[in-house]
Ligand binder design. Structure first.
Ligand code: SF4
Ligand code: SF4
Length: 77
């Protein structure tokens, strides 16, 4: 199988155990310049709705609970 076919996840992952969106937090959604983070209405947690990330990082650095992980592509590291 070609390697590219294995990339099925989006680059920004939210740890549902840490995310406190159900308590009203919207920090990552508010700081994202591309407006691609959303609240999952079923889980009440934040998630990446569109894979158009700029890897600018405020969602990860500003999240009060450290729930956001931005997985940088290899070429940007
Ligand atoms: S900033 Fe962190 S805690 Fe707040 S909604 Fe986003 S992922 Fe959840
Ligand atoms: S790294 Fe930037 S563009 Fe990507 S989700 Fe976070 S705030 Fe949005």
């Amino acid at each position: 199988m070609p390697l590219a076919a294995q990339f099925t996840t989006v680059p920004v992952v939210v740890d549902d155990e840490k995310c406190i969106a159900e308590k009203g937090c919207r920090v990552c959604i508010d700081v994202c310049p591309l407006d691609i983070l959303r609240i999952n209405e079923e889980t009440e947690k934040a998630y990446m709705a569109y894979d158009e990330c700029w890897y600018c990082m405020p969602c990860e650095s500003d999240c009060p609970t450290g729930a956001v992980k931005v997985n940088l592509p290899y070429l940007l590291k």
